[in-house]
Every structure is written in structure tokens, then in C-alpha cells.
Design a protein around this ligand. Structure first.
Ligand SMILES: [Zn+2]
Length: 197
């Protein structure tokens, strides 16, 4: 019991109380439900990984978007989380590729530059493989801070492609909200109205 509570406590947003409640819930649940939970975790870890190019969640590496012949891999849209890719895809107005940061800078939650996954993006931009980086983090305080920081980082590393642009999506999206909840039209307009950073 204490082993399970200890493991659950490692999950984000789960404190001691919640971990105990979840552990008791699992103890009382049927064998089938407990097995389904543990096998879902095991299969997730054995079958899914992060794309070595864009960090999207995938079962093949590189992911289907990075390896697609019909997409423009010289235009990279940077998002916070893998789920944001689906939101941008729904707009049907973007035919480039992605880069997933897996978070935003957030001093309150102890997320600093080291926690964000930027290495493979900086490699692509440095080698001159990119014409435009579109930073599509949410228009929240954290998202804006991350966008500014990332643009500086990309410029700091430099690029073999002197014409490379760094742009930020326009905020047709209400300030302070998450792009995950933006509708297709708003998000599509935000992409069209992007500006240089
Ligand atoms: Zn990929």
C-alpha cells in the first residue's frame, strides 16, 4: 500500500491525501479494473515514445507528421503539449511540421529552461533546415514568457539560414486562455495573423 501511495504521489497535482484516496480506490476496485490500469500504463511505456525530431507522442519514430512527404518540413510550429498539435491540425490551415516543448516556463511550478525540450529544435534551426519558426504557445503569462525566451534562444544559437523568420501567432485567442480551447476559426486566424518576433 505505501509503495503504491509513494508512486502515485510522484504524479503531477497529486498530494499525499489524493494519493491515499486513489490507492484505497484501487484496493477496493475489481481485479479487472486494476489489471486494466496497470496494463494500460505498461503498454503506454512499451509502445509509445517521443518522436526524435519533434517530441510528439508516437508509435513510430520519426512520427507520421515528420516523415510525411506532403508536409513542408521547413516551417515549424512550436507548441506546448502534444495535444496542441490536434488543435492546430483541426484548422486545416497549416501544412508545416511541429515541435513540442512539453511545457512552458513556469517558475512557480519549478519549470525552467532545462525542463523544456528544445535541443532538437535548436539543432534544426542552427543547421539552416528551417525557413520559419512559428511560436504557438498559449497567450498566457507563461506562454508569452516562453515565446520571448525561445526566440532569444534560437537567435542566440544562430542559423545557417540567414533568412529564417521567427514569428508568433496573433492573439485572436483571448489573452490568458489556453490554445487547447480555441475554436478552429479563431486559431486559424491567429496563424494567418502571426507576426515577427
Ligand atoms: Zn515528429
Amino acid at each position: 500500500m505505501s509503495r503504491l501511495i509513494e508512486e502515485l504521489r510522484k504524479l503531477p497535482g497529486i498530494g499525499s491525501k489524493s494519493a491515499q484516496r486513489l490507492a484505497f480506490h484501487i484496493l477496493r476496485s475489481s481485479d479487472e479494473d486494476a489489471d486494466a490500469l496497470s496494463s494500460a500504463i505498461r503498454e503506454l511505456k512499451s509502445q509509445l515514445r517521443l518522436c526524435s525530431i519533434c517530441n510528439n507522442i508516437t508509435d513510430v519514430d520519426p512520427c507520421v507528421i515528420c516523415s510525411s512527404a506532403t508536409r513542408n518540413n521547413r516551417v515549424v510550429c512550436v507548441v506546448e503539449e502534444p495535444t496542441n498539435i490536434a488543435s492546430v491540425e483541426k484548422t486545416r490551415s497549416f501544412n508545416g511540421v511541429y515541435h513540442v516543448l512539453h511545457g512552458t516556463l513556469s517558475p512557480l511550478n519549478n519549470i525552467g529552461p532545462e525542463q523544456l525540450r528544445t535541443a532538437s529544435l535548436l539543432k534544426r534551426t542552427a543547421l539552416g533546415e528551417v525557413d520559419e519558426v512559428i511560436i504557438a504557445t498559449s497567450p498566457t503569462i507563461e506562454g508569452e514568457a516562453t515565446a520571448t525566451w525561445l526566440a532569444d534562444e534560437i537567435r542566440g544559437v544562430g542559423s545557417e539560414n540567414p533568412a529564417m523568420k521567427i514569428t508568433r501567432i496573433a492573439t485572436g485567442i483571448p489573452a490568458g486562455s489556453d490554445i487547447e480551447y480555441a475554436d478552429e476559426v479563431t486559431l486559424s486566424r491567429s496563424l494567418e495573423g502571426r507576426r515577427n518576433l
